[in-house]
Design a protein around this ligand. Sequence first.
Ligand code: FAD
Length: 497
Amino acid sequence: MGRLSVDLLVLGAGVAGVYAALAAEARGAKVLLLSKDPLPSGSTPWAQGGIAFPLDEADLEAHLQDTLRAGRGLVEERVARAILAEAPRHLARLRAFGLPFHPEPTREGGHSRPRVRHLGGDQSGLLLLRGLLARLQSPILQGTMAASLLLAQGRVAGVLALSPEGPLEVRAGAVLLATGGLGRLFPLTTNPEGATGDGMALALRAGAALRDLEFVQFHPTALPNGALVSEACRGEGAILLNARGERFMERYDPLLELAPRDVVARAVHREREATGGVFLDLRPVPNLETRFPTVVAQARALGFDPLKEPIPVAPAAHYAMGGVKTDLFGYTGIPGLYAAGEVASTGFHGANRLASNSLLEGLVMGERAALAALEDLAFPQGAEPLPSLAADPEALLALKAWMERAAGVLRSGKRLEEALRFAEGLPLREVAPERAIRPSLEAAHQVLLARLLLRMALLREESRGAHFREDFPQEAEEAYHLEARGEGIRRVPLGIE
Ligand SMILES: Cc1cc2nc3c(=O)[nH]c(=O)nc-3n(C[C@H](O)[C@H](O)[C@H](O)COP(=O)(O)OP(=O)(O)OC[C@H]3O[C@@H](n4cnc5c(N)ncnc54)[C@H](O)[C@@H]3O)c2cc1C
């Protein structure tokens, strides 16, 4: 077995991982990144809309209020305020890196004014990641999947990974999870194949708490294969039509197509059910082909020409608001283990992420977590890998079909119960991590997370009767987070760490 030792091991090479690594190497730390997939990997390079930065000091409060409103009463204001206050420093740094931001910010759903900075038309994430990778000195092992965390004396001390050359043990003074989300749990998703919730499952197995898993954001406008049609398209004039050719958003929200995502997703879902389809008319968008080249190419690849006709769209699982619970320093509560980016739950997004706040969180929290981890390096002797969980990938396919009906935009307690019963019946077994194989590990992560997610969704529905129904209140009546540790799920009052 191969063996390596570093100061900081970063799992994941999306925005959070790479930005964290840049911060750590700038302080002289020996850093290694693992990326399960070839670069550019993760959701980051797929991000189209951009990064939300407060426009100036005066806009900070408005950006905060928009974040709180979108988050439905479950945003931790203290966390959001801290992240937004740091945002301008990161924008200045990215500019100093030479990233070619468009001079004018754009507007996306839920934002009260245009403040989303984009790059290369709709290639924001790709150009951001390329710009960060170009500056990175630390090595990235591509095609290398963390299979299990190593534990020593109550501390996370590295990982056991599956590399193309075989098992690899990496010992580290601290491990930073930056493994992204779990969208692949659902059959229709905008997320890349690797978004199987690995970091969340690894952290849970090591004793960390997972929080707010039941909050999965559905993007209202995905093509039939899950390819995203950016919200910015609606920001620049695209309109939604049902199968009868009627513009319908005025019946759902005064902000029309720019209402918060959950509102638009539910409206699209209802109209699809009622009329048999929903279409996005992109023809009102000025300079469509140069402004949204990716969208145009993806639609054409499926045989639709957005310059000539409205294109079919449906809601798809898009972003995990929940994840590994951390404080404002990315600390998970397990010595040696940090998390940042979509894998983490800081409380910034509450029940519903404001558009383009996630890349921002990846930057701010990536740096914060890296710096905190460097303050806390330790190299205990005698680390052992935790056994990995494996599952039958075939069973996962059936589970995914359930996830669509149960926890997608179709929301009813009965369906959730049925899905939970089904998920609980799927067997998971322990295997030596070095003998695990990727599809089986990923399947196990997804089954584990599906069980927790469905249970949390049911608990929330029982106790408040609202989240999974149309009448989810503007402000949560009773604000609390649901947190899972091992098998147990408990309520945690908002803002109490
Ligand atoms: C289509 C799409 C469009 C989006 N548009 C926007 C937008 O415009 N603005 C915005 O703010 N947000 C957007 N988002 C959300 C945003 O892109 C993501 O939340 C963000 O990029 C996540 O970054 P990350 O660094 O946390 O993880 P990711 O970028 O997802 O990276 C995860 C990394 O972890 C690696 N990994 C995973 N598991 C393992 C493992 N077991 N071992 C080793 N490596 C592993 C992956 O290979 C990858 O390198 C979009 C998301 C999607 C899917």
